[in-house]
Design a protein around this ligand. Structure first.
Ligand SMILES: [Zn+2]
Length: 104
C-alpha cells in the first residue's frame, strides 16, 4: 500500500495516509474538517524552494538592468542635445517655406 501525502488548502495541515491505489483520495481535512485537501504528488515541497531561487535571479537581473539604464541615459543625453540642434535648424527653413507660399 502506498503512502499518500495530503495538504489542506484551508489550514495548511499536512499528513501522510496509507491508502490502497484503488481507494478514493481524501477530501476532508482531519484538522479543520473542511473538504479542502490536496494530494501532493512526488516532492511538491521542492517547487516552493525553487521559487525562492527565482526571486534571487530576478533581483540580480534587476541591478543588471539598472546598469544598462545608466548607460542608455548617458547615451540619450547625447542624442537629446543633437536633436535640439537639428530642431532649431529645421524650424527656420520651415517658416521660410511657409512665407514663400503665402504670396503665391
Ligand atoms: Zn484543514
Amino acid at each position: 500500500m502506498p503512502t499518500y501525502e495530503y495538504q489542506c488548502e484551508n489550514c495548511g495541515h499536512e499528513f501522510e495516509q496509507f491508502q490502497s491505489i484503488t481507494a478514493r483520495p481524501l477530501r476532508k481535512c482531519p484538522n479543520c474538517k473542511k473538504n479542502s485537501l490536496n494530494r501532493l504528488i512526488g516532492s511538491g515541497a521542492a517547487v516552493i524552494f525553487k521559487g525562492n531561487g527565482f526571486y534571487e535571479t530576478d533581483y540580480r537581473s534587476e541591478s543588471y538592468k539598472n546598469d544598462q539604464k545608466k548607460e542608455k541615459e548617458s547615451a540619450d543625453k547625447k542624442t537629446a542635445t543633437k536633436d535640439k540642434k537639428e530642431k532649431t535648424k529645421d524650424k527656420k527653413p520651415g517658416t521660410k517655406s511657409k512665407d514663400k507660399k503665402k504670396p503665391a
